[in-house]
Design a protein around this ligand. Structure first.
Ligand SMILES: [Zn+2]
Ligand SMILES: [Zn+2]
Length: 154
């Protein structure tokens, strides 16, 4: 397991991305925590965004010992893909862990749609385009593909 050898609060000189979700973790001029870890002979720094740091406790519980190797980008993704889709699409009924997983999926890569399930084109099941409109107007037309949604078409 990687061992934390140093934790420093620093002021960022440049933008840093989160090493788990790849979203922007810190902007120039902001304070952030840089963690230095050592594993075998190899030393490296880790920078993460606050939502990912907050998710770590859930990932460790979920991995149940498997996290002894440290939490890699792959492990946190596997956790989010396992836990997120189990959630109901109504935020009120989601657990803290489910919300953390959905938030990760929304940040990661080009970001998944986590605020609604895929709604296909009525009468055209082959058109892979979501017709959800968050406020009922075309300004909020989704237009994303089925597999961009955590809750895709069945
Ligand atoms: Zn992150
Ligand atoms: Zn959609």
């Amino acid at each position: 397991m990687p061992e934390v050898i140093r934790t420093r609060t620093m002021t960022a000189r440049k933008q840093h991305e989160c090493m788990w979700c790849r979203a922007v973790a810190v902007e120039p001029g902001q304070e952030y925590v840089r963690t230095t870890l050592v594993e075998d002979d190899h030393m490296y720094d880790w920078v993460a965004c606050q939502p990912c740091i907050d998710a770590v406790k859930f990932v460790i519980d979920w991995a149940d010992g498997y996290a002894d190797e440290g939490i890699s980008e792959d492990l946190i993704q596997d956790w989010a893909r396992d836990i997120g889709p189990e959630a109901d699409s109504t935020p009120d009924t989601q657990t803290g862990e489910q919300r953390a997983a959905l938030s990760f999926l929304a940040r990661y890569g080009k970001g998944m749609v986590v605020d609604h399930g895929f709604i296909g084109v009525a009468g055209h099941p082959d058109d892979n385009e979501c017709t959800h409109r968050a406020d009922g107007t075309d300004a909020t037309y989704c237009g994303r593909r089925d597999d961009d949604h955590v809750w895709g078409a069945a």
